[in-house]
Design a binder for this molecule. Structure first.
Ligand SMILES: [Mg+2]
Length: 298
């Protein structure tokens, strides 16, 4: 569609963009929409939606219902291949780990997948900061009881267990804080997890926050039929290549070899409060061909 525009329109468009991009005029605080900057003493809009809205509650419950139904069907069908990408696999040459006779498992991220970190999110907001790794470490050690189960998650996990599928957690919470992390998960109602068996933490395998190493370790003992998280790194590290622009990352996720797995082994839950999508430019989110300005305000 954009290529069909007359040259003159394109030139006019380009002129408008240049003016806007090089000389942004910040609106007075009172005129800024709430979505950009929440007033002091209020949660940010993304947090209000995720943690407070009926819409998010419904979306989470329906996602968890779908994940549980998928795992129940997978348990009955017993697949030949796991949904974990084999080492070196690409969108052009997708390969998945073979299941053999291994018992079935579903692998979940923890933060903003099983639990909402209301305690730390509230503390950061009250302090007026987005994130602080030191404070987050303290949260991992002492936050038990202040993180809550996501709507639908407890019921979903219970159904998956009943279907004979092991629940395994693969989180970037630190192995050094294992006791606090286990307690936080328990206090949120998910029961007990065993480090190195049903709980994998950052530091368990080389690669820092990259989770493929831990996925391979889990695959030594299990056939993984579902991967669930709030970020693509919970599915495969290939999506976390730092050189990928938001558009290139979307394209990679939609590559035919990967596209067929969404909602069919790979599941993403919504989290607008933080993630690898942050840091996008105006041009990446509002592409030039969509540029519009109200004539009434010029
Ligand atoms: Mg997460």
């Amino acid at each position: 569609m954009k290529y069909a525009l007359p040259i003159l329109s394109l030139m006019a468009l380009a002129a408008c963009q240049t003016a806007t991009i090089t000389a942004p005029e910040p609106a007075p605080a009172a005129q800024q929409p709430a979505a950009v900057s929440a007033p002091e003493g209020r949660p940010l809009t993304a947090g209000q939606w995720l943690f407070g809205s009926a819409e998010a509650q419904i979306m989470m419950a329906q996602s968890w219902n779908r994940i549980a139904a998928y795992a129940e069907a997978g348990a009955a069908a017993r697949p030949e291949y796991s949904v974990i990408l084999a080492p070196g696999a690409t969108a052009e040459a997708p390969e998945f780990l073979a299941c053999g006779e291994k018992p079935l498992a579903a692998v979940f991220d923890v933060d903003e997948t099983l639990i909402w970190n209301l305690g730390s999110a509230g503390a950061f907001r009250r302090m007026g900061i987005e994130f602080d790794p030191e404070i987050w470490g303290e949260w991992e050690r002492t936050g038990a009881g202040k993180a809550v189960a996501i709507p639908g998650a407890l019921e979903g996990v219970e159904r998956i267990r009943k279907a004979g599928v092991e629940i395994i957690l693969n989180t970037n919470r630190e192995a050094a804080n294992v006791a606090g992390n286990i307690e936080t998960i328990r206090e949120a109602g998910f029961g007990d997890y065993v480090h190195g068996e049903t709980l994998f933490l950052k530091g368990d395998t080389p690669g820092g926050s990259a989770k493929d190493g831990r996925r391979y370790a889990i695959s030594e003992n299990y056939c993984v039929i579902a991967l669930v998280g709030d970020q693509l790194g919970d599915i495969a590290d290939i999506f976390n290549d730092k050189s990928l622009s938001p558009a290139a990352r979307r394209d990679l996720a939609a590559a035919p070899a990967f596209d067929r797995l969404w909602d069919d082994g790979w599941f993403i839950l919504p989290n607008p409060t933080y993630g690898p999508f942050e840091g996008s430019s105006m041009e990446e989110i509002f592409p030039p061909e969509t540029y519009w300005a109200p004539a009434s305000k010029e």
